[in-house]
Design a protein around this ligand. Structure first.
Ligand SMILES: Nc1nc2c(ncn2[C@@H]2O[C@H](COP(=O)(O)OP(=O)(O)O)[C@@H](O)[C@H]2O)c(=O)[nH]1
Ligand SMILES: *[C@@H]1O[C@H](CO)[C@@H](O)[C@H](O)[C@H]1NC(C)=O
Ligand SMILES: *[C@@H]1O[C@H](CO)[C@@H](O)[C@H](O)[C@H]1NC(C)=O
Ligand SMILES: [Mg+2]
Length: 314
């Protein structure tokens, strides 16, 4: 098994004198992926009633079946729902995982544990499939979490201990995007201060959140700008309100209307745009988190890579 890098050293670059046809490879890849469909898994963490269900329905322009949860669970639980969505000819298998009873117990010290266990369990399931003798990774329903939306309460003050603890225990396993839920309850000037405060608290507590990638020049401009909007101030709604002669998703109050899809009212539309344009990056980063999970697990099982001269690597 002596395939070594040195084979590439003697590799010559040649130019073709006429068209051969392997430049159609990317198109073949696109066709195959479209036929197979895509999957994307979102984890929503936030206290009961912060607007998780309303935001998900607003983001995907549909009303997901939704039963309101109670404040009286004795521990945090997770609810998983999988949907098939189609837009033009692209199929998306979307899994939404939401916390139930988060922040409702008197003792919140262990609230993060069921969530961490869930994220790990999805990595473990994938690893088990990978290690099977006869494996079917292509048709396997990948349930690894691609993005975690962490809902911060619109208190205007600071992050709570439960927020810091939960994000710190998850930031090495999953892409975290912090959002301020029910952001229509904070005034415009307070919101800017609140955002700055949250970001500085995340930094001072050493919590790594997802940064939209800025190395690809087609998206670097917009992504740099969007990184500046974090955490997104989101508003969701299950209802549509008639404005002019159109029905728009909005929240109606005695004094006016908050439109979910108006960028000067909230960041919901920014969040949707960024999730969609960076889906592949989120999936790629998830594979990297999985690699480190896999590495730890295999090392514990006693597996080791052997380099030249029979020495183990790392
Ligand atoms: N003010 C305000 N209320 C919201 C918002 N999103 C949801 N709500 C309301 O908050 C309540 C709980 O929302 P829901 O989405 O079920 O919260 P969940 O328990 O986190 O899933 C409902 O009455 C919603 O109408 C929001 O962005 N702003
Ligand atoms: C968005 O909201 C602003 C402020 O309320 C308003 O001036 C603007 O016309 C709205 N845009 C749309 C497309 O509704
Ligand atoms: C490689 O090392 C292992 C243990 O360190 C040893 O059992 C094995 O005989 C070695 N193989 C060779 C080819 O040197
Ligand atoms: Mg809900």
């Amino acid at each position: 098994i002596a395939i070594s890098v040195s084979q590439n050293v003697g590799c010559r670059t040649l130019s073709l004198s006429a068209h051969v046809g392997f430049d159609s490879l990317p198109d073949q890849l696109v066709r195959k992926s479209i036929k197979h469909g895509f999957c994307f898994n979102i984890l929503c963490i936030g206290e009961t009633g912060i607007g998780k269900s309303a935001l998900m329905s607003s983001l995907f322009n549909t009303n997901f079946d939704n039963s309101p949860s109670t404040h009286f669970l004795s521990s945090v639980r997770l609810r998983t729902q999988t949907y098939e969505l189609q837009e033009s000819n692209v199929l998306l298998k979307l899994t939404i995982v939401k916390t139930l009873g988060f922040g409702d117990q008197v003792n919140k010290a262990d609230s993060y544990q069921p969530i961490v266990d869930y994220v790990d369990a999805q990595f473990e399931a994938y690893l088990e499939e990978e290690l099977k003798v006869i494996r079917s990774l292509f048709s396997y329903h990948d349930t690894r979490i691609h993005v975690c939306l962490y809902f911060i309460s619109p208190t205007g003050r600071s992050l709570k201990t439960i927020d810091l603890l939960t994000m710190r225990n998850l930031d090495s396993k999953v892409n975290i995007i912090p959002v301020i839920g029910k952001a229509d309850s904070i005034s415009k000037t307070e919101l800017q201060e609140f955002k700055k405060k949250i970001m500085s608290e995340l930094v001072s507590n050493g919590i790594r959140i997802y940064q939209f990638p800025t190395d690809d020049e087609t998206v670097s401009g917009i992504n740099t700008m969007t990184n500046g909007y974090l955490p997104f101030a989101v508003v969701g709604s299950m209802e549509k309100v008639k404005v002019g002669n159109k029905m728009v998703r909005a929240r109606q109050y005695p004094w006016g209307i908050v439109k979910v899809e108006n960028e000067s009212h909230c960041d919901t539309i920014k969040l949707r745009r960024m999730l969609c344009t960076n889906m592949e990056d989120l999936r790629e980063k998830t594979r990297a988190y999985y690699e480190s999970y896999r590495c730890c697990r295999l090392e514990k099982l006693g597996c080791r890579d052997i380099g030249p001269e029979n020495k183990s690597i790392r």
